[in-house]
Write a protein that binds this ligand. Structure first.
Ligand code: 619
Ligand code: MG
Length: 214
């Protein structure tokens, strides 16, 4: 059968990027998605905002919800301090398979723990899997109607600490209205909106950074 969009994106990485060079993997995906076939990666414009927030936080323990093809996984892993723990969660085995190959091509497999499964099932298991962990940084980029549920789950499972930073993609397009309402009207969060554009387009989108106050 024909390849999927994700598999064609992987082929573009294998063809155009350099093994062990994360920046070349990022550039190859951005070029392919801008000029050949759009895909729902956070992209280069919002990706630069992600990079700057990451550099501020410099997390020793990070979580990503929704790996997809591993584009933001590579963006995050390449900026983490040595020895950091980085967990990314993906429940579609086909996407997980592509993401593992993209992450490996970038040479970042030793920095990334990709766990296959649904966030709702895995979040309550994080303490069991990784010891009494709290996440310094969480990137939300999975199903938009699950951001609030999973944020509450992270709180209830004691996985956030005073100062933990949540960064959410697509708060304008496709949009996450109940998530914005939740973090912006909640005294336990200090939120900032970073205006940008939907990946590879001129459509408005943005990232919401929310600092958990404990
Ligand atoms: C059930 C919730 N828990 C989950 N646990 C683990 N992985 C999950 C989960 N949900 C979804 N996933 C995975 O995350 C990814 C889903 C991401 C959903 N993202 C979007 O819908 C999205 C969509 C757009 C978009 C914007 C404009 C359009 F016209 C069309 C699409 C842009 C984006 O940046 C997006 O992130 C997939 O890999 C999916 O398998
Ligand atoms: Mg997104």
């Amino acid at each position: 059968t024909g390849s999927t969009r994700a598999e064609r994106l992987l082929k573009a990485v294998q063809k155009n990027a350099r093994r062990g060079d994360p920046q070349s993997v990022i550039s190859a995906i951005d070029h392919y998605c801008r000029h050949s076939e759009w895909a729902m990666n956070v992209g280069d414009e919002k990706g630069s905002i992600l990079d700057s927030v990451l550099s501020e936080v410099s997390p020793s323990c990070a979580l990503e919800l929704g790996t997809y093809c591993g584009y933001s996984t590579v963006r995050i892993a390449r900026l983490l301090p040595p020895g950091a723990t980085f967990v990314t969660v993906e429940f579609n085995p086909k996407y997980a398979k592509v993401a593992r190959q993209v992450i490996e091509f970038a040479g970042l497999q030793d920095k990334v723990k990709l766990i296959e499964g649904a966030s709702g099932d895995l979040i309550p298991k994080m303490k069991e899997l990784f010891g009494n962990v709290t996440f310094d940084f969480v990137f939300l980029d999975h199903w938009k109607d699950r951001y609030v549920l999973d944020t509450k789950l992270l709180e209830d499972c004691g996985l956030l600490r005073k100062g933990s930073v949540l960064l959410a993609d697509n708060v304008i397009c496709p949009g996450t209205p109940e998530y914005l309402a939740y973090v912006r009207n909640n005294p336990r969060y200090k939120s900032t909106y970073y205006k940008s554009h939907l990946e590879y387009t001129k459509v408005e989108d943005g990232l919401e950074k929310s600092v958990f106050m404990g």
